[in-house]
Design a protein around this ligand. Structure first.
Ligand SMILES: Cc1cc2nc3c(=O)[nH]c(=O)nc-3n(C[C@H](O)[C@H](O)[C@H](O)COP(=O)(O)O)c2cc1C
Length: 387
């Protein structure tokens, strides 16, 4: 997805500058070509030599360099996307107000490529009304902004302002290289992961779903501007703070949460591997070891079928089958009154890549393979047609 993409990385003088070395390395490993501009203050934190060695590309630090062409124009024209990470309060203020007094800020004004700012700073700086008004301005001008994470900050404070995970920045870059904020105004309720049905205080029944597909859908939709709520069970990845998420372990809890939330959304994507069975009784104490044990299981509520019966929203389901994948998925689509179904091979559970078939109401089939995040975008392209 990023191979041969031309990424211009702008680094400013924030304490998180050292984390951008890892970002540059990860981007370079994907096959992207990464050129860097650093402000003079960024060079107080990390050396241009490090970036040069990692990216094998130019690292520019000066506006007036007798050895270079008119660099702010050549770099501005070269980039497919321009990523400013970390973005200091200073560069955000300059960009919002058209100030161009060094190579980085001048290139921001000169480029027509999409620009993604990754703000990171002390919580009080982030909450400062001047900064907030600059962020609103930048958004109005069509710049893309990432939300900082909430947590412990380098300055010792706790709050919003932390540099996000590089993996999340890469998800944003991949999205903005292809999509604008094309899902703004849409709201999606997405479920993900496996349910956990308790047997006793120590033991439970679950399944092999990792939640990666549902989480990829939530991330991709949120980055494209949709209002997203994720209801999730067991999930093997970190949920970024830009996603509104609620953990619900059992099928019963998930059912209740979905039914409560559903009226606020235009579409529901049920990607969770909802437990079909749950123990009839949960033992209050740990069941003692014995030669054998019989568990009595009962059916859980079929959330998708219930949503299909009183349907007010667009409804998208998933089908994972051992045999006759397409036939079974088509049957499920019709029986549960769905608008789309994603047929998924069981073998892809837990993996980062997948092959899926998207089946619509006319029983037309689209097939996609690739990383779950890329496939999530393809699914959303089809969901968008329904909204
Ligand atoms: C140790 C240290 C850490 C800093 N960390 C940040 C930061 O995380 N975010 C920020 O906006 N400014 C931070 N600053 C302040 C900026 O370096 C300062 O505003 C500078 O003028 C930014 O210049 P630049 O945007 O041209 O790189 C820090 C300063 C120091 C001395």
């Amino acid at each position: 997805m990023l191979k041969n993409k031309k990424i211009l990385l702008g680094i400013t003088g924030g304490i998180a500058a050292y984390k951008v070395i890892d970002l540059a390395s990860k981007l370079t490993k994907t096959g992207a070509v990464v050129k860097t501009i650093m402000t003079s203050h960024a060079s107080e934190f990390i050396s241009p030599i490090t970036l040069r060695a990692i990216t094998h590309q130019t690292v520019s630090t000066k506006m007036f360099d007798p050895q270079s062409e008119i660099e702010h124009i050549t770099l501005a024209d070269w980039a497919d996307i321009f990523v400013i990470a970390p973005a200091t309060a200073n560069i955000l203020g300059k960009a919002a107000n058209g100030i161009a007094n060094d190579l980085l800020s001048t290139t921001i004004l000169a480029t027509t490529a999409p620009i993604l700012f990754v703000p990171a700073m002390n919580v009080h700086m982030y909450e400062n009304p001047v900064l907030r008004s600059n962020l609103v301005k930048l958004q109005k001008f069509g710049y893309f902004l990432m939300e900082p994470e909430i947590g412990k900050l380098a300055c010792g404070y706790e709050g919003k302002g932390r540099y996000p995970r590089n993996e999340d920045i890469i998800d944003h870059i991949r999205t903005f290289l292809r999509y604008q904020k094309d899902l703004v105004g849409n709201s999606l309720l997405i479920t993900a992961g496996a349910n956990q049905e308790n047997i006793d205080p120590m033991r439970f029944i679950s399944n092999l779903s990792s939640g990666k597909m549902g989480l990829a859908l939530a991330k991709a939709a949120a980055i494209r501007g949709a209002q997203v709520k994720l209801i999730y069970g067991k999930i093997s990845e970190t949920i970024p703070s830009y996603i509104v998420a609620e953990k619900k372990e059992s099928a019963q809890e998930m059912h209740k949460a979905v039914i409560t939330a559903v009226k606020n959304f235009k579409a529901i994507i049920m990607a969770a591997a909802v437990a079909d069975f749950t123990p009839s009784q949960i033992a209050k104490k740990k069941i003692k070891k014995a030669d054998n044990l019989t568990l009595n299981l009962q059916r859980t509520t079929d959330i998708l079928a219930e949503l299909g019966k009183n349907k007010k929203q667009k409804l998208i389901g998933f089908a994972a089958e051992s045999d006759d994948l397409v036939q079974n998925a088509q049957k499920k689509l019709q029986e549960k009154n769905l608008d789309l179904i994603i047929a998924n091979n069981l073998k892809n559970a837990g993996k980062s890549k997948t092959t899926i078939k998207i089946i619509n109401k006319n029983l037309e089939i689209l097939e996609y393979s690739g990383e779950k995040f890329a496939v999530a975008h393809k699914i959303l392209d089809e969901v968008k047609k329904l909204l």
